[in-house]
Design a protein around this ligand. Structure first.
Ligand code: BG6
Length: 476
């Protein structure tokens, strides 16, 4: 474009976090264990056994954190509620002391002119529900999730206008039941697709309830969207990219938006005996729910090549080493193989840096679904160095600036984008990578000893974002 559109005046320039990654205080004021409180204690699961027992102590320091948000000029703050604070066993009597924390946080945000955005579920399932009926493996979760959501809707209606139902359903189901790197740590493809189906039903049920109760505001899921590219124009490589897009993107977004699984994916799962079991009413329920916006967490794109059915590479691997170039090739024989994209840079965890991919993502979603998009996460996880009381994270500024530019281009192309939330506001616990993989605007003195002073120090990127918000990104 010769000239780019400006961001809307009410654009939500925000930042995000999740309860387990920032709060600490896992057993305070009546809270009980979530599956994450226990999973991190299994030896070898997380980097040097790091956990969120203290995290960055947001539970006790939320006022200081909100004061810094105000100084930054944040328009919105996306955070998640820990289900186990509100309902320590996932169901039963409300724990008002736990709920109070979020009432205080919401009030503090509003008093400081910051729009609160609540994520209902960011992975910290009550352990009691896992023990009782296997959590997401049972349809019983639908009623419990609905009950929990309704408590929050009623408590915060009129105060909280934006709600995220499930955070990255594609990630928590994949990590929980395919790679076994998140709780409950299983490898079972059939169960994975069934769990995912149940999560779809729970998502639809909660969205319908929100609309039925006429809660003023908007609700939608947050999807981790990784746009898939082909290695080149070899038709087999193009098909591999189509396969990946179908199995890893449409497989979720089509259900959210159309209430239907995509056909090629369903055909494949039926052939393999992995298709989810539908009960009477499921299809109608999925069709009936309509999100008001689609939340997108964008970090990177992925590039694909053909992977033969016989002798192709298998099982996904993750780079949790923090060393560039250590990711092994992975894929699904007969479907696709994920390869390195030679045209982009990579982080130390081998995450590909691709701002253009965000424009492509916003364009693809807009042309397939025509729905407003809220970017609920985007950011760079890197080692940061504290030098004489400062963090010069120009690499993060470059990353964010190029992604903001990509959004501006996508808006000019015709996408409706209502907000941008960087991951993350303060440094926090990276689920598997401890405290060394930092994402925040605000450096927190915390590390794998989990005995840091917890002092907050704004990084260079904090001041960069402050200026960007002040000028509504006009200079980009
Ligand atoms: C998203 C999650 O998947 O990515 C966040 O919603 C997470 O909770 C973020 O922290 C970054 O992932 P990681 O593994 O680098 O911490």
């Amino acid at each position: 474009h010769k000239k780019l559109s400006t961001f809307p005046a009410d654009f939500l320039w925000g930042s995000a976090s999740a309860a387990y990654q920032v709060e600490g205080a896992p057993f305070e004021d009546g809270k009980k264990a979530s599956v994450w409180d226990n999973f991190v204690r299994i030896p070898g699961k997380t980097f040097k056994g790091t956990n969120g027992d203290v995290a960055v102590d947001h539970y006790h320091r939320y006022k200081e954190d909100v004061a810094l948000m105000k100084e930054l000029g944040l328009k919105s703050y996306r955070f998640s509620v820990a289900w186990t604070r509100v309902l320590p066993e996932g169901r039963g009597a409300v724990n008002s002391a736990g709920l109070k924390f979020y009432e205080n946080l919401v009030d503090e945000l509003i008093e400081n002119g910051i729009e609160p955005i609540i994520t209902l579920y960011h992975w910290d399932l009550p352990q009691s529900l896992q023990d009782l009926y296997g959590g997401w493996e049972s349809r019983e979760i639908i009623g419990d999730f609905l009950n929990y959501a309704e408590i929050l809707f009623e408590t915060f209606k009129g105060k909280v206008k934006y709600w995220v139902s499930l955070n990255e359903q594609n990630v928590f189901t994949n990590q929980g039941w395919v790679t076994a790197t998140h709780p409950p740590g299983k490898k079972d493809m059939k169960l994975f697709y069934q769990v995912n189906h149940i999560a779809n039903l729970a998502n639809a049920t909660v969205i319908n309830k929100f609309h039925e109760l006429e809660i003023p505001g908007q609700i939608g899921p947050s999807f981790a969207y990784t746009p898939q590219y082909a290695k080149d124009s070899d038709p087999r490589n193009v098909l591999a990219a189509e396969n990946a897009e179908e199995m890893y993107s449409h497989f979720w977004m089509d259900v959210y938006m159309y209430g239907e699984y995509p056909l090629a994916a369903l055909a494949l799962l039926r052939e393999q005996g992995l298709a989810p079991v539908f009960e009477a009413g499921d299809a109608a329920l999925l069709k009936s729910a309509q999100p008001d916006f689609l939340g997108i967490n964008y970090y990177q794109s992925a590039t694909n090549a053909w992977n033969p059915l016989d002798g192709g590479v298998g099982a996904a691997s993750f780079n949790t080493t923090g060393k560039k170039g250590t990711t092994k090739e992975s894929g699904v024989p007969g479907l696709h193989k994920k390869i390195q994209n030679p045209f982009v840079e990579r982080t130390n965890w081998d995450w590909e840096i691709d701002p253009e991919g965000l424009r492509i993502a916003l364009r693809r979603i807009t042309s397939r679904y025509r729905i407003p998009i809220m970017i609920t996460e985007n950011g760079l996880g890197e080692y940061d160095k504290l030098e004489e009381g400062k963090v010069h994270d120009d690499y993060r500024i470059n990353y964010l600036e190029s992604h903001v530019r990509a959004i501006k281009e996508a808006i000019t192309d015709g996408a409706t984008v209502i907000g941008y939330h960087t991951w993350s506001y303060t440094d926090l616990l990276s689920w598997l990578n401890g405290y060394q993989k930092r994402y925040g605007f605000v450096y927190v003195d915390q590390d794998e000893t989990m005995e840091g002073s917890l002092k907050r120090i704004p990084k260079d990127s904090y001041y960069w974002y402050q200026h960007l918000i002040e000028t509504n990104a006009e200079e980009i």
